[in-house]
Every structure is written in C-alpha cells, then in structure tokens.
Design a protein around this ligand. Structure first.
Ligand SMILES: NC(=O)c1ccc[n+]([C@@H]2O[C@H](COP(=O)([O-])OP(=O)(O)OC[C@H]3O[C@@H](n4cnc5c(N)ncnc54)[C@H](OP(=O)(O)O)[C@@H]3O)[C@@H](O)[C@H]2O)c1
Length: 155
C-alpha cells in the first residue's frame, strides 16, 4: 500500500508519519511539491502513483489568513484543487483534513459532518473552498472533518 502525504513536515504530517509506519509513505514537503503549482502536482503525484493521498499541506496561521486572504485562498483552496485534479487523473482518493473553522460556532451542541457551514474568517472560507474542490464526484475518497488532536494524542 502506497500512501502519499502532502505537508509532510507539518504537525499533522509528522503525526501521520508516526502512525503510518507500516505502509510505504511518500512524503511531500513543500520543497518537494508546491501545491500551488498545478503542473508540478500532476507530475509528482502521477510519478508517485499512490493508492491514496492524505492532503495535510495548508496555510494554517489563522491570523495571517485575515491579512493575507489571497494567500489563504491560493494555498488552501487552489492548492487542494490542484491536488484533487492530480489525484483524479490517476483515480487516487484524497483525504482532506478540514477544520472546525468552516462553522460559525453558534450551534449549542457538537457539530457533525452534515451541519450547515458558515465560516466567519478567511481561514474558514479557504478551508471551505478546499472541501468544495475535493468533494467532487470524481474523488472517491471524499473528505473528513476530523478531530485532529485525537490523532496527535496517539502514542
Ligand atoms: N492544527 C490543528 O489544530 C488543526 C485542526 C484541524 C485541522 N487542521 C488541518 O490539518 C492540516 C495540517 O495542519 P498542521 O497543523 O499540520 O499545519 P502545519 O504544521 O502548519 O503544516 C502545514 C504544512 O503545509 C506546508 N505547506 C504550506 N504551504 C505549502 C505549499 N504551497 N505547498 C506545499 N506545502 C505547503 C507547510 O510547509 P512549510 O513547513 O514549508 O511551511 C507545512 O509543512 C491543515 O489542513 C489544517 O487545516 C489542523
């Protein structure tokens, strides 16, 4: 089983590398694959031919996303789109790790995957862009609004 991982040098990337020690992991740090470059994404992911891809690359500084919204849309939105296009070419499912920032926080109970989204900051908007691009019918993997700290707590 070959699993590709974008954002491999980030916090989640490191946690995934620890958890997936029993599969052939193909790590893509930013210097190996800049997800904002569609041609590069297509070429590198096609060459790697993974069975599925975990997309953990993102611009995650929530405050900086407010002052640099174009960068947030480019990295988080268009970057996810580029990865989804590249994976679609080789019929490789994409696992997108989204964020609770796609919600407005007004629900008086825990959110589930089917709740209405309503981002209230640029980071949330950019992550919702990513969800929209990755949940095309062509992506057989879909997405997962996962609770990331649960993964990090694994030993
Ligand atoms: N942290 C949380 O609590 C949390 C909660 C829910 C969801 N998430 C989601 O989990 C994912 C990973 O988060 P994280 O905490 O691991 O973030 P992180 O530590 O900031 O890691 C993000 C990674 O993305 C890379 N990256 C940034 N721009 C890139 C580009 N243009 N091309 C390729 N790679 C690029 C970064 O590379 P550099 O190191 O070179 O900058 C970094 O390695 C994100 O989608 C985030 O929205 C995180």
């Amino acid at each position: 089983m070959k699993v590709a991982l974008t954002g491999s040098s980030g916090m989640l990337g490191h946690a995934v590398k620890r958890r997936f020690s029993d599969v052939t992991l193909i790590p893509f740090s930013r210097n190996k694959l800049d997800i904002t470059d569609l041609d590069d994404a297509i070429a590198k992911i096609r060459d790697a031919r993974p069975h599925f891809l975990i997309h953990a690359a993102a611009f995650t500084n929530v405050d900086a996303c407010e002052t640099e919204p174009e960068k947030a849309y480019l990295v988080n939105g268009i970057g996810a789109r580029n990865v989804a296009i590249a994976c679609e070419e080789i019929r490789c499912p994409v696992v997108l790790v989204s964020s609770d920032y796609v919600f407005d926080g007004m629900k008086p109970a825990p959110y589930d995957e089917w709740d209405m989204t309503n981002p209230i900051n640029q980071y949330g908007v950019s992550k919702l862009m990513a969800e929209t691009f990755v949940t095309s019918p062509a992506n057989p993997g879909g997405f997962n609004r996962s609770h990331v700290p649960a993964l990090w707590e694994q030993r």
